[in-house]
Design a protein around this ligand. Sequence first.
Ligand code: 6MZ
Length: 364
Amino acid sequence: MAHLVAGHAAQALASLSPSQLAFLQKLPKAELHAHLNGSIPFPVLQQLATDFQSRSPGSGDPNDATGFTAPGALPDHVRAGIQRLQDGVVLNEIHDFFGLFPAVYALTSTPSALRHATRAVLEHFLEPQSDNGGYPQAAYLELRSTPRETPAMSRMQYIETVLDEVERYPPERAALIVSLDRRMDSRVAAECVECAVKLREAGRHVVGVDLCGDPKAGNMNEFEEHFRKAKAAGLGVTLHIAETPECPSPETLQLLSFKPDRLGHATFLDDAAKQIVHTDEMCIEICLSSNLLCKTVPSLDAHHIRYYIGHDHPVAVCTDDILPFRNSLLGEYALLMARPPLGLGLTEAEIEKIAKMGMDSRFR
Ligand code: 6MZ
């Protein structure tokens, strides 16, 4: 499905020569950091809103238990959220970002809606696209999502619904990471990990667990045992870490002590943390457009990817949330290639090496 690319990524894409573009389109890329509810193509979100409006309790749909009684009515916060996404999200700071999700969540809270959204996200990343030279955006996708209990489904049903869609692709192409939101209470986080472990043991394609959500929220003391359990069961662990300058250094060191395999963002690591990251060779999932739009990084020139490339440290270039950020995996790679100040001005050989680092950092 064609996807509107805007902002920094679009400018970088537009600056490339046809041969540079062809090189990037052909390059096998791994998407390792994409949040399901943040990656729904906007036209699909609009369709989900239409479907939502046409449903009502008692309509005969056994999956429908959203609790909204007026057919045709879209709750105000959902309407406002969709409008914001349509207009183009402008953030003053990253904490504004998390307020976008209640609107999206309202539209993916039944198994059928979640299935529809998941299929569209998988298609966006994995199906060949005519406006991408006939190539898919990604050769491989590790999609992540936070299991939600709704009136229509349990957390286990949530994960199974997403997994059923993921497993329509072979394991070499797609896998699932179960996210724990920092706002979750410990009982819920334990349930999510238990589900992930159970499904993995049953041979399902769950490959890891993630820590995500508002960096200001949550008490990480309560999360340690959950990540240790996941690791002991052979699941990969990736943690959003040091995403904002306010993330306290003791918390960062505590998260690193969980021995994650990969780190999301890792924008504000101090020297002690960097030392651990180098020693343990933790891959850094880099989301350039996301960091610029959330204003955690002022410019590409100041972006921490430069440090990691300079130290030959593994990175994986990813999109994070194409719905609000209007980027694409191709656009993120265009940011690596475009000449400064539009991009980092890396050579084809350097970009090929980065793409390979992403492929090599997959969870198995
Ligand atoms: C931290 C993020 C995020 O899991 O419901 N999420 N968490 N930092 C980010 N960078 C900007 N982008 C998305 O997808 C949506 C959830 O992913 C997390 C948020 O917790 C958001 O609610 P799922 O599919």
